[in-house]
Structures are given as C-alpha cells and as structure tokens.
Design a protein around this ligand. Structure first.
Ligand SMILES: C[S@@+](CC[C@H](N)C(=O)[O-])C[C@H]1O[C@@H](n2cnc3c(N)ncnc32)[C@H](O)[C@@H]1O
Length: 467
C-alpha cells in the first residue's frame, strides 16, 4: 500500500504545480477541493468556473457503490476514508491505475466492515418509511422524473451548515464531481426531484429542481443581482399584479426581470432596459435558460413577456414614447438621472422602487427628486433583513445527547428511585434519537454564526398629482 501512496503523492505535487500556472485548470487541486466546490458537465449554470465534463467510461471500476447510484437516506454516517483513498480522490479518477483501485477497494471494504461491526453493537440503521434502497423512487401522481436538459440542484446539508451546493443542467454524458466522489448525470435521470442519492464515495446528496430563488442565486452573473429577499419586497412595494405593464432598469444579470416576469404573468409585459450590451446578453441568456428548463419540466411555456433593450434609460425617450407603466423598478447607479425620462410614463399613483446599496446614494436620489421638482413623494426607505437560525438536536461528538436538567426540589427526594430509573431510560433514548419520545431531546436553537448582512436600501417613490 505504501508504494502506490508514495507514487500518488508525487503525481499530486505535479498536478497542483500545474494548477498554479493555469487559472482555468480542469483538474481538481487541493485548494479547489478544500473550498468544497463541485464541478459538473455544464458551463452555463453556476459560475465558479470549475466545470469538468467527463465521459462515463472511466466510471465502471470498483469504486461504484454496490447497487450503483441508488437513492439513500440523507444524513447517513459517512464511511471513514483510508489515507490512500483521501489522496487518490484529489486526482482525476480516470488517471488512477487498476492497482490503486484494487487497493482502495480492499481498504474501503476493511473500513466498512469495521464500521458495520461497531454499528451492530448499537442497533441497525433505521429504514425510512416507504423507501427501499436501490428501489424505484416513490412518486405521487403528477410528478415528472428528471430528464435531459433540465436544471438540477445537488446539495448536501451537514447538521450545522450546508456542505455544498451546485446547480447544473442534466446532460447525457455529464458527471457531477465532488470532494466525496462523483455522480453521473445519467444516474440522476429518471429519478424524481427530491431524491437522495450517493456519490461514488458514499456521501449522500439530495438532487432536485431549483426554485426560481435558487436559480437566480446560482445562475451565472454579470453584475450583482437584486437579492431574492429584496426582490420580493420590491414586488410588494410596486404592488405588481398579473397583467401589469412594468419597466425595469438595468437588466443586469436578469434576476429582477425573472421575478417580474412571473409576477405579471402571460397577460403582462416587462420592458427591461440595459446600458451595457454584455450585461444585456447575460440577462437574456439567464432568462432563456430558465424558460427552457421550465418548459422541459412543466410541458408548457414560461410566458415570453420580458422585452430586453440595450439602451441608456436617460436617453430612451423614443423607446418609451407611447408606453405607460403600472410601476417601475430601478437598480442602477445614479437613478435620479433617469427620473425625468421615466416618470412621465408612470401611471399617476403608481410606484417606482429604487434599489441602492449605500445610504449616500439614497440621499443623492432624494436630492435629485427635490431639485428636479418632479411630482414624486418618497413614502418609505427600508432595509430587508433575514436572520437565519440553527435549530437542531444537541448531539455530542460521541453520538450521545446531553440530557435537559430539571432543578432538584424537596418533593423529588421521595421519588429518587423512580428518577434514577427514568434518567437511565432517557439516556438510552438519547442514544437513539429516532426512538426518543416527543419533547425529550435537547436542541440547539440560536442564530447561525454566518449571516447575510446588508444588501440594499429600498426606496419607494410614488407619483402624485401636484396641487
Ligand atoms: C446592479 S445591476 C442590475 C441587476 C439586476 N437588477 C438583476 O437583478 O440582475 C445595474 C445595471 O444597471 C445598468 N445601468 C446603469 N446605468 C444605466 C442606464 N442609464 N440605463 C440603463 N442601464 C443602466 C448597468 O450597466 C448594470 O448592468
């Protein structure tokens, strides 16, 4: 075992040396993997640039888990890795020799047997209801299995945080790579969204269709997007309704355009104006990719209701002539400069929301409104804040949970014998959370240490009739 390990270390050194010179290296290196990024066969979804397409042929070796990529229980314990396995996973899998695969397989079996023995001392792993490992995914009527061309989100949540997340398009020969091994796109096809599968290394991964919120967060970006938490507040401020005609600018990466498109529906229209051609192209591509994935999944068209224009909104009088809008959304630098062009086309009583990162920009906007003498009333300036909380069972590293401790009272003395017995029973239960009665387990319940902090200020401007 020592010889292949030494050879692998040498190869690894060479691979990483190459990575430092080549920025878009296709070979996963130690640094990339420590960030827990994943690569897939897709290049236009999820913009971390580590995409790697791999044909399926190299993946027929002994590394496949028994039964192939079968659906599994999320949260099952991971098998410990041998040193050989740890290092060889840092190399392109197709570059490994049969000798290395054989050794990996043998050591993995040894470790798995050891783990099985330890497990059997406790109790058998619980079987999820209605679920048979390796069997077909349970479906309810109307559910459509994942197919070629669809967008898929693969994610793995640890107990305290999300370990990884990757969005990609299902391709015949695609392969999802991870620090825990790979999963071929073909293995995902045919399963329903929401299936838990396993990477070749045994780690569970949930595969499902992304929501629109997740799509805009993970799609490739040109400029920064309007964050979903802000976008939903903007939609409320604008009071967007099905059938509305709305104006938005700039298009940027197309996130806000997608939310507006859904809000106005097939009877409404969105005019999206963008100064930069490259940003406009990115916005159009993101919009079309979402529409394509939607129609593959739903079998019906997402409304084609966004009209992207490459223009400077300050000088877009011809483009806007003859148009009127129920509401307007502005996300750009110096929005005060476009107000004189835009406001004549906004319905009286209608709202224009402005998305600004800095309060100094908000002050410039209000100054712009003041000096332009436009019939605008600033109704609100808000900041939308979400706080993420961690609420999970308080399980210690040894797998046990510390008991909740009640204060000791005099009356309890008479019950001492009983109490000792019930505490023992409780500790037994704590070792097996699935069997513990309702309310008997302690929880961690606190805000997450890492939070999304400030994104933007939202300014609500209303067009009024001057007296
Ligand atoms: C922060 S991005 C908008 C992001 C977008 N809301 C989204 O959700 O993806 C701002 C965009 O405004 C564009 N922009 C700036 N000034 C503009 C103007 N006068 N007319 C049109 N677009 C403009 C910029 O080129 C940039 O793409």
């Amino acid at each position: 075992m020592e010889m292949p390990l030494a050879r692998l270390c040498g190869t690894l050194g060479r691979v990483c040396g190459a990575c430092t010179r080549q920025r878009k290296c296709q070979v996963p290196c130690v640094r990339t993997w420590s960030l827990r990024t994943l690569s897939t066969g897709d290049k236009d979804h999820g913009g971390n640039g580590t995409s790697k397409e791999t044909s399926e042929s190299p993946f027929t070796g002994p590394q496949h888990p028994p039964g192939g990529h079968a659906p599994v229980r999320l949260g099952s314990k991971r098998r410990p890795l041998s040193p050989l396995e740890r290092i060889s996973r840092l190399l392109p899998q197709e570059a490994l020799s049969q000798e290395v695969w054989d050794l990996r397989d043998a050591t993995a079996k040894g470790l798995e047997n050891g783990q099985e023995e330890r497990r059997s001392l406790k109790s058998p792993p619980p079987i999820e209801q209605g679920y048979v490992e390796g069997g077909p995914s349970p479906t309810v009527s109307g559910e459509k299995p994942l197919g070629v061309g669809e967008l898929v989100l693969a994610e793995y949540h640890g107990r305290f945080r999300q370990e990884f997340r990757k969005m990609f398009q299902l391709q015949e020969k695609g392969c999802l790579q991870s620090p825990w091994g790979f999963l071929t796109h073909r293995a995902i096809m045919g399963h329903i969204s929401g299936t838990v599968m396993r990477f070749s290394g045994g780690a569970p991964v949930l595969v499902r269709r992304p929501s629109l919120e997740e799509y805009v967060l993970l799609m490739r970006r040109a400029p920064t997007i309007a964050y979903p938490k802000d976008a939903s507040a903007i939609l409320m401020m604008m009071d967007v309704t099905e059938g509305d005609s709305v104006l938005e600018s700039g298009s940027g990466s197309g996130a806000m355009a997608l939310f507006l498109s859904r809000a106005v529906g097939s009877k409404g229209t969105v005019l999206s104006v963008e100064l930069r051609k490259d940003h406009q192209l990115r916005a159009v591509r993101n919009y079309q990719n979402w529409r394509k994935a939607w129609s593959l999944h739903r079998g019906e068209e997402w409304p084609d209701n966004v009209h992207f224009h490459n223009a400077d909104l300050r000088a877009a009088t011809t483009l806007l002539s003859g148009r009127s809008f129920n509401s307007v959304a502005l996300d750009m630098l110096n929005p005060q400069l476009v107000l004189p062009t835009v406001f004549p086309h906004l319905h009286t009583g209608g709202v224009c929301t402005v998305y600004q990162a800095n309060l100094t920009q908000v002050i410039d906007l209000l100054e712009g409104v003041r000096v332009s003498r436009l019939p605008i009333h600033c109704e609100r300036i808000i900041e939308v804040q979400h706080k993420d909380w961690l609420v999970t069972l308080a399980i210690k590293k040894d797998g046990n949970s510390s008991a909740r401790v009640a204060p000791h009272t005099q009356n309890d003395d008479n019950e001492e014998g009983k109490e000792c017995q019930s505490q023992d029973e409780e500790m037994e239960n704590l070792a097996e959370p699935a069997h513990a009665p309702f309310g008997t387990l302690p929880y961690i319940a606190r805000p997450h240490h890492h939070q999304t902090s400030h994104t933007a200020f939202l300014v609500k401007l209303r067009k009024v009739v001057p007296q």
